[in-house]
Write a protein of this length. Structure first.
Length: 239
């Protein structure tokens, strides 16, 4: 049997003893070199998967990783042009994330039944950012096709559209494909409620939806040279 090293002992100790705040989750994942599997409930409490063993760490935050309040229930919101609905926090989160889904539907591929996931009352976390589903401030588009830890699932033309969406929202929404451990199906509101970048993006999206002949989902060309340049510059600045 391999000799138990100090590093191994530290990993075991972390799994057994760490109380997982948002920062604790990230630190544990970094030290162990693996994802932390956590069952999260809409009450704001998270528990490590039973297979971990030892004492069970708990998530005590009443907010998800991005600062949005954990919700027991949310409303249904339609994704224009797709016939699909998704559960999201009302207000800014719903405005921004249904805009992302609309553009995916119109410009990448039609969304079908079961291909979009929003708010969840409980889940097993592969990464702490997935806690944002608990607050209804994140969506996963085709999560089975683009799972956690897999990069390069989008075709180059599809990636152009994603980059254009991120740039036009000017940092109000983040994409899981840019995370250290990626999830290319994942989009989340990048800042807490009331953040000026979020509020500004909401105003823009609503103006596109409500204005006569406005731009937005189904009307823009992500391959326009000016838009491509803006998206590349936004990406270069580090999002």
């Amino acid at each position: 049997m391999p000799k138990e090293t100090d590093a191994t002992k530290e990993r075991v100790s972390l799994v057994k003893d760490v109380r997982l705040s948002r920062r604790g989750l990230l630190r544990t994942a970094a030290i162990t070199g693996a994802a932390v599997a956590v069952v999260v409930h809409a009450s704001g409490t998270a528990q490590a998967a039973p297979s971990v063993g030892g004492r069970v760490p708990t998530w005590r935050d009443s907010t998800s990783l991005n600062g949005w309040p954990v919700l027991k229930q949310t409303g249904w919101h339609s994704v224009e042009g797709s016939g699909q609905r998704v559960k999201l926090a009302d207000g800014a989160a719903a405005v921004l994330l249904t805009h992302v889904a609309r553009r995916f539907n119109y410009e990448i591929d039609q969304l079908r039944n079961g291909e979009i996931q929003g708010h969840l009352e409980s889940l097993i976390l592969s990464e702490p950012y997935e806690s944002n589903y608990l607050s209804g401030s994140a969506i996963a588009i085709r999560p089975r096709a683009y799972p956690v830890g897999v990069r390069g699932g989008l075709y180059p033309t599809e990636l152009v559209v994603v980059r254009d969406i991120l740039a036009e929202l000017e940092g109000a929404v983040s994409w899981g494909g840019d995370f250290d451990r990626p999830k290319e199906s994942h989009f989340e509101v990048a800042h807490p409620p009331g953040h000026r970048a979020v509020e500004a993006a909401v105003r823009r999206v609503l103006s596109w939806q409500n204005g006569p002949g406005g731009e937005g989902a189904g009307t823009v060309n992500a391959f326009d040279s000016a838009r491509r340049a803006k998206a590349k510059e936004f990406n270069r600045r580090g999002r």
